[in-house]
Design a binder for this molecule. Structure first.
Ligand code: D41
Length: 691
């Protein structure tokens, strides 16, 4: 191929790849299947190898081009990177809003805006952004090419991290468009998405390597590497939040519109950014983002509120490195310091003793917390937590707060070390803690009322036998009154009937009737649910399903030895031993026999291989509400046909079932061009497969 022709093809390929990167990363709306994209990239690589002098550093193949660097050089920020002041409440934000408007009122030569007059000042328009919890960096482009990427540092002097930042797929190496600006400086946040962080840590843990405490540290650690090959393997993303220099590009006089505009140059911005007027709008934005915090792909620690008008921004200026026109409005702290008043041990379903710290009540992340988990005895020893200690506790989303560290310098002289009890605090049986295990267990088994209660709560739970209305409080009373001990007792009408139920606290005629009906209704179940309900150690829903699929019948599972059990996908020696041990216990077999005699039943499945799995390899997503079956039932049927069921739509989704009032997942599917079917079509499909 003549060189001139190669040059033309190379340019065309680069421009096409840049465009498809933009569709994929910025618009989240890819046009090309992955395979096609790879084909373009491979063709470009191939041509660049054959014509090495046509290789340029802005080529999409050159993200991990360079060698490791010897050390970081420093960079002077021409425009200082400002910091942000914080507010923590609606009242504090109202003060920020008032100050800004009063100041503008003065500056614009209007009447001094005080007291009542303030109300005559128009509302301020704000650009509202989530506050991503990552690292602020600055990107400098000359004639459309990425020249330099630097950390914030102290705001004036940062470090050159261009070699690592080039590896981030959402950082354009060359700006999109035909007329690149002579100069452009864009600032934003580098984050590691939560999903990528969990995967990275899981991999590190499996290899026995050090894990990162949070996504922010992981992102920072990745950018601090000398060798860009490491950063290239880390799932990092860049989100732009401001433009500080632009030559040869006219920018709108609005923060919000500026951000929209630079998406056209190839930058990603957060999807949560909104614009609106006044503190009320800001508060609704804050509440909305906070309520969705856990489901966002990245961690955030608040929102950032900016005066939208660039003209007003200039009028307001800044004080000691923080703008007067922007503020962070932080979510309540997730960490707090308090003292440990006692450490107690709770006994779980499998007898595991979980230490719980009773705390002096403390307000953290918006709620008052007075208990925190310590996970297991190892954790107590590792942190050396003592009664009387001051500790840092952490609370995220709706998970149980946990003790993260002790503050030894605040330890009182009388602080007492915790000893592992030798006897179960509930039933008095011996506590066992095998040599190399972190978990201590009560050896009482189903003799222990605590284990009885937890086993029963699990048995009736939604994903197990799903007994409607039999909540934890009822189970506790039923066990405390010795009405029931095992799951089989639930179905024994000589023990549990209207007369025996009525003496329970808060039990009325009607609720007793309803409860009996619900318990009876749960008798018709499925093999995977029943297996899961048994509460075998290490057997969660997925393993229960795999066992049911593999063996088809319960008796085959009971009869299986460890070697046979290990034939099941994902069952290793530890799980196989748990299962075999469970079915060797005479009392477990007795309970199972009684359950069957009392009418608990399920259809057998054809063992694996005999039954087709027409949906094997497909990922399905359910959205909206179905009228003919519950979401759980729909999910179960899909699993039976061999499909995987996922909670979110991606390019890889095979099909989305959209029920009534389907929301964002339906929109996602339509955007990605994923097949969508309604409930009627879904039912037809199921019946075609005998379900
Ligand atoms: O998401 C963020 N972390 C974020 C940080 C954001 N959305 N906007 C920001 N805007 C600014 C100004 C107003 C100074 C342009 C910021 C930051 N600064 C910032 N990040 C770290 C220090 C300051």
């Amino acid at each position: 191929m003549p060189k001139a022709e190669a040059a033309r093809e190379i340019e065309a390929l680069r421009s096409s790849i840049r465009y498809h990167n933009y569709r994929y990363y910025v618009l989240d709306d890819p046009e090309l299947p992955d395979g096609e994209y790879d084909r373009l990239l491979n063709r470009l690589r191939d041509l660049e190898t054959r014509f090495p002098d046509l290789l340029t550093t802005d080529s999409p193949t050159q993200r991990v081009g360079g060698e490791a660097i010897a050390g970081f050089s420093t960079v002077q920020h021409e425009v200082p990177m400002l910091s942000l002041d914080n507010v923590f409440s609606a009242g504090e934000f109202a003060d920020f809003d008032r100050r800004a408007r009063e100041r503008l009122g003065d500056l614009l030569g209007r009447a001094q805006a005080t007291g009542h007059d303030l109300f005559s000042l128009p509302q301020m328009t704000y650009c509202c952004e989530p506050k991503l919890d990552g690292l602020a960096i600055s990107l400098l482009y000359e004639n459309g090419l990425l020249r330099r990427a630097a950390t914030r540092g102290d705001g004036v002097t940062g470090e050159d991290i261009t070699h690592n930042v080039r590896t981030i797929a959402t950082v354009p190496l060359r700006l999109l468009g035909d007329n690149p600006p002579a100069l452009l400086e864009v600032r934003g946040e580098v984050v590691m998405p939560k999903a990528g962080f969990l995967k990275l840590n899981a991999g590190a843990a499996a290899r026995g390597e050090k894990t990162f405490a949070n996504p922010r540290n992981a992102a920072a650690g990745s950018l601090r590497q000398l060798d860009p090959k490491i950063a290239a393997q880390r799932p990092l993303e860049f989100y732009a939040y401001s433009v500080v220099q632009a030559e040869g590009l006219s920018l709108p006089a609005s923060q919000f519109e500026t951000l929209q505009k630079i998406t056209g140059l190839g930058f990603c911005i957060s999807r949560e950014i909104r614009r609106g007027d006044g503190p009320e709008f800001v508060q609704s934005f804050y509440d909305d983002v906070q309520s969705r915090r856990d489901s966002l792909p990245y961690e955030i620690d608040g929102v950032v509120i900016k005066v939208d008008s660039v003209r007003w921004q200039q009028e307001l200026g800044f004080v000691s490195r923080a703008p007067r026109w922007a503020t962070a409005y932080k979510f309540p702290a997730q960490e707090a310091i308090t003292t440990v008043q006692a450490i107690e041990f709770q006994v779980g379903r499998t007898g595991a003793l979980t230490p719980v710290a009773r705390l002096a009540p403390v307000f953290v992340g918006g709620v008052t917390v007075s208990n925190a988990t310590l996970h297991n005895f190892d954790e107590i020893e590792r942190m050396d937590v003592r009664v009387g200690d001051s500790v840092v506790i952490y609370r995220a989303g709706d998970v149980i707060p946990k003790v993260v560290r002790v503050l030894p310098e605040l330890r009182p002289a009388h602080a007492a070390a915790v000893v592992l009890p030798q006897q179960c605090p509930v039933c008095g049986s011996d506590v066992e803690r095998p040599e190399n295990e972190a978990i201590a267990r009560c050896s009482g088994g189903l003799f222990c009322p605590a284990q009885q209660k937890e086993a029963l709560k699990h048995f009736v739970s939604r994903r197990a036998l799903d007994v409607d209305g039999l909540g934890d409080k009822w189970i506790e009373q039923l066990v405390d009154l010795a009405l029931i001990k095992t799951s089989a007792d639930l179905y024994d009408r000589a023990r549990l009937n209207k007369e025996t139920l009525l003496p329970l606290e808060r039990m009325a005629e009607k609720s007793a009737d309803n409860l009996i009906v619900a318990i009876d209704a749960s008798k018709a179940t499925t093999l995977p649910r029943f297996l899961f309900a048994l509460g075998i150690r290490d057997v969660g829903e997925a393993t229960a399903l795999a066992l049911a699929r593999h063996f088809g019948r319960l008796d085959a599972i009971i009869a299986a030895d460890e070697a046979a059990l290990m034939q099941v996908p994902d069952v290793g020696p530890v799980v196989a031993e748990s299962i075999a041990t469970f079915f060797r216990q005479a009392h477990n077999l007795e309970v199972i026999t009684r359950l069957r005699e009392l009418g608990v039943s399920w259809p057998d499945l054809a063992a694996e291989g005999e039954r087709a799995q027409p949906f094997a390899g497909q990922t399905w997503v359910l959205t909206g509400s179905l009228t003919s079956m519950s979401r759980d039932q729909a999910r179960e049927k899909l699993l039976q046909l061999g499909a995987k069921v996922s909670g979110s739509v991606s390019k890889k989704t095979h099909c989305v079932v959209a029920g009534e009032a389907a929301g964002s997942k339906l929109a996602d599917a339509e955007k990605l061009g994923v097949r969508v079917i309604d409930e009627a079509a879904f039912q037809q499909l199921l019946s075609g497969h005998g379900l």
